[in-house]
Design a protein around this ligand. Structure first.
Ligand code: FAD
Length: 447
C-alpha cells in the first residue's frame, strides 16, 4: 500500500489541509490504515468530488479508496452488480450499459465512487420517482474502527446512519446495487423556456418525465428574475430507433474536450461572463423543443466533457450551495433567487429540481419538495453572511442544506435541519467511542 503526505481539497478547491494518505489495494490493507490511525483519526476518500471538506482530515489519515476498484459480479438477467466501493460510476456505466443496465440514480458527474455515492446518499434529477442512491443499495460491507467488517443491509440503524453518513460510521469496502434496465444509451429530451421563477416552479410541479430540472439564469433581473430552461428526459426505447441504429443502440461514447489549463487567473468567471452565459443559454434554447436525441453522457453529465472545469474559478476556488425546502415553502426560493439577482452574484450552473420522498438516511439531504443549487466564487465579498442568511431561511422553513457539498456552514446549523442528528451521534458514540472516523467537515460541524 502506498502512503504519502499530501495537501487535499474538495472539488471547490477551498481550504486545503494536509493528511497522511493511504492507498490500499486490498481490504486487509484498508484495515491496517484504519487500525493504525493516529490521534487525529481517519476518513475514507473517493474521487474528491464532494465540493467542501467532507473527505479531508487535517493532520490525520485519509484512506483513498480508488485503488479498490474491482467489479466482482454482474447479474445481467436480474440487474444487480457487486463491486468494490472505489469503483467509479463512470466505470460501472462503461461495463453495464452495453449489457442493457444503467444506474437508477446518477449525479451530475459520473466521476464519483460507489463509496462516495453512498457516503453522501446522492440524488439525481429523477429523485421524484427513483429516490436517492442508497434506495438501490441491497447491502454493503463496512470496515469499522476496530478493524472488523460488518455486512450492513437496509432496514437497520447502521444502514440508515451510513447512507449519507459522510464516511463517519466507517469505510465502505464494497456494495451490491440494483440496476435500471434500458434498451438504448440515448435520451429523448424536451426543453422549454420559463420566463421567470414562478413559471419554472409551475413547469416542474406539472411533472411527468423520469428526469426533470430547470437551469436557472441567476443573473437575470426585474421581471425575468429566475428565468430558466426546463429540461425533461426519458430513456429512448430501442424500437424508437431506425433499424440501422439498433446495432449500436447501447454504445457508451462520452465526448471529451481538452482539459482546462492548470492555471486560470482569478475572476475569469465574473459577473460579465456569468450574465453572458445566462443570456446565451436562455436565448439559445428554443421556446419549446420536444424529442431531441442526446447521448446519456451529454444528458446526465455535460460538465464531465471538460476535465478540470473546477479550475475555471481561479486559484480562490468556489463554494457550492444546495438547499431543499418542502412544498408550500417556495417563497424561500424566491427570496434566495431575488437576493442573488439583486446583488449580481456571478452564480454558475444553478439548478432547480423536484425532490420526492426522502430516504431512510439520518443525514441524507433530500426532503420532499424543491432543491436549488448553485456555485459562487469563494472570494465574493460578503459571501459568508449571505449564505448564513440562506441557511437561516431554509432552516426556519423546515428545510436543509446539503452537508456533502458544504464548505462553510456554522456548527449550530445542522442541528436545526437534521432531526436525526442526535441518533447519528448516539450510534457513532456506541460504534466508535474513540471517534476514530473524523473529517475536517465533522470537526467543523461537530457531527
Ligand atoms: C460536478 C459535480 C456534480 C455533482 N452532482 C451531484 C448531484 O447531482 N447530486 C448529488 O447528490 N451530489 C452531486 N455531487 C456531489 C458528489 O456526487 C458527492 O459529493 C459524492 O460523494 C462524491 O463522491 P466521491 O467518490 O468523489 O467522494 P469524496 O468526495 O471523496 O467523498 C465524499 C464523502 O463520501 C465519503 N466516502 C467516500 N468514499 C467512501 C467509502 N468508501 N466509505 C465511506 N465513506 C466514503 C467521504 O468520507 C466523504 O464524506 C456533484 C459533485 C460534482 C463535482
Amino acid at each position: 500500500m502506498s502512503v504519502d503526505t499530501v495537501s487535499m481539497t474538495g472539488w471547490g478547491r477551498t481550504a486545503p489541509t494536509t493528511a497522511l494518505r493511504f492507498r490500499p489495494r486490498t481490504y486487509e490493507e484498508a484495515a491496517v490504515a484504519v487500525t493504525g490511525r493516529g490521534p487525529r483519526g481517519v476518513v475514507a476518500r473517493g474521487l474528491g468530488r464532494a465540493h467542501g471538506d467532507a473527505a479531508q482530515n487535517a493532520g490525520g489519515s485519509v484512506v483513498d479508496m480508488t485503488g479498490l476498484d474491482r467489479v466482482h459480479a454482474v447479474d445481467a438477467v436480474g440487474g444487480v452488480v457487486a463491486c468494490d466501493a472505489g469503483v467509479s460510476l463512470h466505470r460501472l456505466i462503461e461495463a453495464l450499459l452495453p449489457l442493457g443496465w444503467f444506474l437508477p440514480v446518477t449525479p451530475a458527474t459520473r466521476y464519483v465512487t460507489v463509496g462516495g455515492a453512498i457516503g453522501s446518499d446522492l440524488h439525481g434529477t429523477g429523485h421524484r420517482t427513483a429516490g436517492s442512491f442508497t434506495r438501490h443499495v441491497r447491502s454493503l460491507e463496512l470496515l469499522t474502527a476496530d478493524g472488523s467488517v460488518r455486512r450492513v443491509v437496509p432496514g437497520t440503524d447502521l444502514f440508515d446512519a451510513t447512507a449519507g453518513g459522510l464516511g463517519l460510521t466507517g469505510v465502505i469496502l464494497s456494495a451490491t446495487l440494483s440496476l435500471l434496465p434500458v434498451t438504448t444509451s440515448l435520451m429523448s429530451v424536451d426543453t422549454e423556456r420559463a420566463a421567470d421563477l414562478d413559471a419554472a416552479l409551475a413547469g416542474l410541479a406539472a411533472g411527468g418525465a423520469a428526469y426533470e430540472s430547470a437551469r436557472i439564469d441567476l443573473m437575470a433581473r426585474g421581471r425575468a428574475t429566475g428565468r430558466a430552461v426546463l429540461i425533461r428526459g426519458e430513456h429512448v426505447p430501442v424500437d424508437a430507433l431506425p433499424a440501422r441504429a439498433r446495432r449500436t443502440a447501447l454504445a457508451f461514447r462520452p465526448g471529451k474536450l481538452p482539459p482546462v489549463p492548470a492555471y486560470v487567473p482569478e475572476g475569469l468567471l465574473g459577473r460579465a461572463p456569468a450574465a453572458l452565459l445566462g443570456e446565451l443559454r436562455f436565448r439559445g434554447a428554443r421556446a419549446a423543443r420536444a424529442g431531441r436525441l442526446q447521448r446519456i453522457s451529454a444528458f446526465f453529465h455535460p460538465l464531465d466533457a471538460l476535465p478540470g472545469w473546477n479550475r475555471l474559478h481561479g486559484p480562490g476556488g468556489f463554494v457550492q450551495y444546495q438547499c431543499a425546502v418542502g412544498d408550500g415553502q417556495e417563497e424561500v426560493l424566491h427570496r434566495i433567487v431575488q437576493r442573488l439577482a439583486r446583488r449580481r452574484c456571478p452564480a454558475f450552473h444553478a439548478v432547480l429540481q423536484r425532490l420526492g420522498a426522502g430516504g431512510p438516511g439520518w443525514l441524507s439531504f433530500p426532503v420532499p419538495g424543491w432543491s436549488l443549487s448553485f456555485g459562487l466564487p469563494a472570494g465574493l465579498p460578503g459571501l459568508g453572511r449571505l449564505l448564513d442568511l440562506f441557511d437561516d431561511e431554509t432552516a426556519a422553513a423546515g428545510g436543509r442544506v446539503c452537508l456533502a457539498k458544504d464548505a462553510r456552514m456554522r456548527p449550530s446549523a445542522p442541528a436545526a435541519m437534521y432531526p436525526r442528528l442526535p441518533d447519528f451521534r448516539a450510534l457513532r458514540g456506541e460504534l466508535d467511542p474513540e471517534g476514530a472516523f473524523r473529517s475536517d467537515l465533522s470537526r467543523r460541524l461537530a457531527l
